[in-house]
Write a protein that binds this ligand. Structure first.
Ligand SMILES: *Cc1c(COP(=O)(O)O)cnc(C)c1O
Length: 226
């Protein structure tokens, strides 16, 4: 184990190499997934230069964002969102990656405080049709994307998904490919769509090879969750 700075540098280097290999000079951004990690761990990684952090639970994310407000970090909600949490989410987060139904679009739009820039939104897709997983049906992506794009206090940026953690890497690659195709269709229909959030600690190089622009990484940065 090296220092946190070395770990961050190593992950960034791996991302850059994967992007180069894929012929993508603009590379992919790193979202540090800080769920279950104390605010001090976020502060330390921010000290090493990381700016964007992802949280799964509204309450936990709000607490950390408020405690670390002096750092001016970028906060992403990546976990399932209940409609009764939309107000707090829209007040504190900079991005919500888990919009998977129309009800959330309306609630987030109404709750985004005046005077803040539009809330960046990704439509979450249940790309492998798993019964227990959040995310909309791929067939519902165009309608949801249109609703987000039409909401004055939201800004449609793209798609997010957590593919089925299939042991066969070829199956995972296929999920990433289907997501990329969905994303390209959305990007062709709506200006400003520039983000495809896919890839986690154990598959982010494959995700980048298949077109990810934002990888969400927890374990590879902070170590195993307790
Ligand atoms: C926890 C989580 C991650 C990060 O997973 P790691 O395997 O720790 O990198 C990424 N995305 C979502 C939606 C998560 O819930």
């Amino acid at each position: 184990m090296g220092t946190l700075e070395q770990t961050l540098h190593g992950v960034l280097q791996t991302i850059e190499n994967a992007a180069k290999l894929a012929g993508r000079p603009r590379g992919a951004r790193l979202l540090a997934v800080s769920k279950t990690r104390p605010a001090d761990a976020v502060r330390a990684l921010a000290g090493a230069g990381q700016r964007a952090f992802g949280e799964n639970y509204v309450q936990e994310g709000v607490a950390k964002a408020r405690e670390l407000a002096d750092l001016g970090l970028e906060w992403h909600l990546i976990g399932h969102l209940q409609s009764n949490k939309c107000r707090e989410a829209a007040e504190v987060f900079d991005w919500v990656q888990s919009v998977d139904r129309l009800k959330l679009v309306d609630a987030l739009d109404k709750a985004r405080p005046a005077g803040r820039p539009p809330l960046n939104v990704l439509v979450q897709v249940n790309v492998d049709g798993e019964a227990s997983k959040s995310g909309c049906d791929p067939a519902d992506v165009p309608a949801l994307a249109a609703a987000v794009a039409a909401a004055p206090h939201l800004r449609l940026r793209g798609l997010m998904a957590i593919p089925e953690p299939h042991p066969d890497p070829a199956r995972r690659r296929d999920s990433f490919r289907r997501l990329k195709a969905l994303h390209d269709a959305v990007a062709a229909a709506f200006p400003g769509v520039d983000t495809l959030s896919m890839g986690m600690s154990d598959d982010f190089e494959t995700a980048i090879a298949e077109g990810s622009t934002l990888v969400r990484i927890g374990t590879a940065l902070f170590g195993p969750r307790g």
